[in-house]
Design a protein around this ligand. Structure first.
Ligand SMILES: C[S@@+](CC[C@H](N)C(=O)[O-])C[C@H]1O[C@@H](n2cnc3c(N)ncnc32)[C@H](O)[C@@H]1O
Length: 208
């Protein structure tokens, strides 16, 4: 059975993406668990997680590492946040901001098994409401809102380290259903350029 290391804590197991399970024995979304050489891994489905899809589509660098402090905006029920929690491990933290109280219940249950995952019921448009998060190495944003670029800028200004990295999932349909996606992406890029150096853009088809 082949274990290939793709990034510091991301592996390919016989061609399937996986992370080391931080909460041994527990699944989050029905994913398969595999034990190889006494290490338990969780398969990571690129059709369920945009970060896994991005890795599959050629992400060059993963700034989320062992010990990283991550602010995760739009955590939903924790599918991708759980893999981020696997990657940052004991020394890292994943602050998960989510606006839906229903999703928050599942995030709370997840945080009982994962001490490095901190659920925050809140609106990513109001970063003052969760300022206790402090400075972070990485922002991961997946909120699917028309003002998603403004949300990223305001959170980065408040929380992101000077040389920090942001992963930003842009859903063109959430910004403008009538405009061609390419046009929406161009406009978003223009808006972000004064604040960020854009390192890589990845189209997520066929995963998302
Ligand atoms: C596409 S889902 C996120 C999926 C998740 N990132 C994953 O990969 O497992 C988008 C989430 O953003 C949340 N959301 C939307 N607007 C928000 C806001 N203003 N603040 C915080 N969360 C928001 C939604 O409730 C939803 O759960």
């Amino acid at each position: 059975m082949g274990v290939v290391k793709l990034f510091e804590s991301v592996f390919s197991l016989d061609g399937k993406l996986a992370t080391r399970n931080f909460a041994k024995g527990s699944r989050v979304y029905g994913e398969k668990l595999r034990i190889i050489d006494d290490v338990e891994y969780r398969e990571w489905d690129p059709y369920r997680s945009k970060l896994a899809g991005a890795i599959r589509k050629g992400l060059k660098e993963l700034a989320i590492k062992d010990g990283s402090e991550v602010l995760y905006l739009g955590a939903s029920t924790g599918t991708t946040p759980s893999h981020v929690s696997d990657i940052v491990g004991e020394e890292g933290t994943v602050f998960c901001v989510e606006i839906s109280a229903t999703s928050m219940n599942q995030l709370l249950a997840l945080s009982e098994k994962r001490e490095n995952l901190i659920p925050i019921l809140g609106d990513a448009r109001k970063p003052d409401d969760y300022e206790e998060v402090g400075e972070v190495d990485v922002i991961y944003q997946d909120v699917a809102q028309p003002d998603q670029d403004d949300i990223l800028i305001m959170n980065s200004e408040k929380f992101l380290k000077k040389d920090g990295v942001a992963y930003f999932c842009v859903k063109s349909q959430s910004i403008d259903v009538l405009k061609a996606p390419e046009k929406v992406f161009e406009e978003v890029k223009k808006k972000l350029e004064p604040y960020f150096e854009i390192l890589q853009e990845i189209a997520l088809e066929p995963y998302d």
